[in-house]
Design a protein around this ligand. Sequence first.
Ligand SMILES: Cc1cc2nc3c(=O)[nH]c(=O)nc-3n(C[C@H](O)[C@H](O)[C@H](O)COP(=O)(O)OP(=O)(O)OC[C@H]3O[C@@H](n4cnc5c(N)ncnc54)[C@H](O)[C@@H]3O)c2cc1C
Length: 369
Amino acid sequence: MRALVVGAGPAGCTAAVALARRGADVVLVEADPEVRPSGPGLVLQSAPMRALHSLGLLDDCVGRGHAHEEIDLCDAAGVVRTTLTPPSLLEGRPASVAISRAALSQVLLGAVTASGSELRLGTTVTGLADHGDRVEVSLSDGATETVDVVVGADGLHSHTRGLVLPQAPRPRPTGQLIWRAPGPRPPEVTRYSMLDGGPELGKVGVVPVSDAALYVWLLEPDRGGGRPPPQRLARVFRERLASFGGPVPRVAERLSADVDVRALQTLLVPLPWSGGRTVLVGDAVHTTSPQMAYGVGMAIEDAVVLADVLTEDDVPGSLLRFGERRFDRCRLVVETSVQLGEWEQRPPADPSLPGRLTGRVLAELARPV
Ligand SMILES: Cc1cc2nc3c(=O)[nH]c(=O)nc-3n(C[C@H](O)[C@H](O)[C@H](O)COP(=O)(O)OP(=O)(O)OC[C@H]3O[C@@H](n4cnc5c(N)ncnc54)[C@H](O)[C@@H]3O)c2cc1C
């Protein structure tokens, strides 16, 4: 089987690796001339870690990241109210790991190369012609590839989605802004702390990602009014963080000026997630806001399930089955994250609701894919 994968983010890299491991001949095209993961870091939860483990990539991620067995939920002053202790799903491995996006990308690109897949940077798809028994893919470098299957893993603004599912809904804003910046990790800051300042101040996370580094995020209502100009972003971010205590003052003063601020968006494309021999995976069909910290997780699980269901004798049918197998689980993550985001903006009368919902959904996600 010959496969063409579009996009070298987490979904595309893991799809390339998983398909190549099943014996497929894989070409992975990435529009950017170099792979530039956006944002400083992320958290891999236990179920995605299980998926990474099945690809043999978990230990490398744990080695480059920072293991978290617990998360401290604090008030704005940094006083710990509750400590979450999610269970590990893998013997001898941590419950979750935080890692810089650059390190995760290195692990995944290394695995792409080791799998024998061909990576073509600075290349994108300009056209798809599905002939029933094969797809002819026109590429921006002028080449044409004839393949059995196309995997669109080109993210939230997927061009492939526009080619195969032109009626798919558009991403929509959730009403929140997220600020993120990396910084050095003081030795005493070892735990993932989340500080809740309520709807006005927002929420802050301090996330160690290695022995040397951490990142800080701030989630707040999007009040409109545009972004500060790039040269003022770092200062405005520090001003916002000044309302928070605990580890925040110590880490805020040394944060990098490389601040990423963006409006959160969400998308859940209804089934089918494929048309003929082309299928969409990752953010291209299910973009979640980060409340459950599960977007990369779903992308990796997609890759594992896709390689599991794909059969050469019925590619279109197996792609339809892929979507059916993944939809409910991805909908659970997207809808739960949206609900948690709404409660962050308008807290429920019963303050225990967000914690109870999160616990129930994490237990559900711990079930095998
Ligand atoms: C603020 C924030 C925090 C988050 N935190 C977490 C977290 O802690 N844990 C977690 O699991 N998830 C988290 N996520 C979600 C996660 O970042 C995404 O779900 C994940 O990156 C999706 O992977 P992907 O490969 O589908 O898409 P992307 O990461 O968007 O990768 C798409 C790739 O395709 C390439 N591309 C785009 N268009 C084309 C084209 N036309 N041709 C070729 N290539 C193309 C892009 O350059 C890119 O390399 C967070 C998201 C946000 C916004």
